[in-house]
Design a protein around this ligand. Sequence first.
Ligand SMILES: [Zn+2]
Ligand SMILES: [Zn+2]
Length: 98
Amino acid sequence: MEIKYCWRCKMEVPMLDKEEFTIASELYSKGFKIAKSDRQEKFKELLDNYNRLTGFEETEPNAIMHHSIEQIGPDCEHCGKPYRTPKAKLCAACWNKK
Ligand SMILES: [Zn+2]
Ligand SMILES: [Zn+2]
């Protein structure tokens, strides 16, 4: 887990590394099979896992599913924000070229 800027949330959030994200994805798909109408109850295991790992109080399961270090690409060497995708050639924050 690492704190990084999230382009979708527009704030710094705990991003999961590859292993942590694999577990989160499994708990996410498990959540769909739980027959409860309340989203927080369906995805309780996912939310608990993330919040225990990060000390955060995330309540939105979908937010966790894009908080993956692998998905956001490397950090910009100029401004320190992630490039947004692993393939990006330009930093979306400061236009620094990779
Ligand atoms: Zn986000
Ligand atoms: Zn930058």
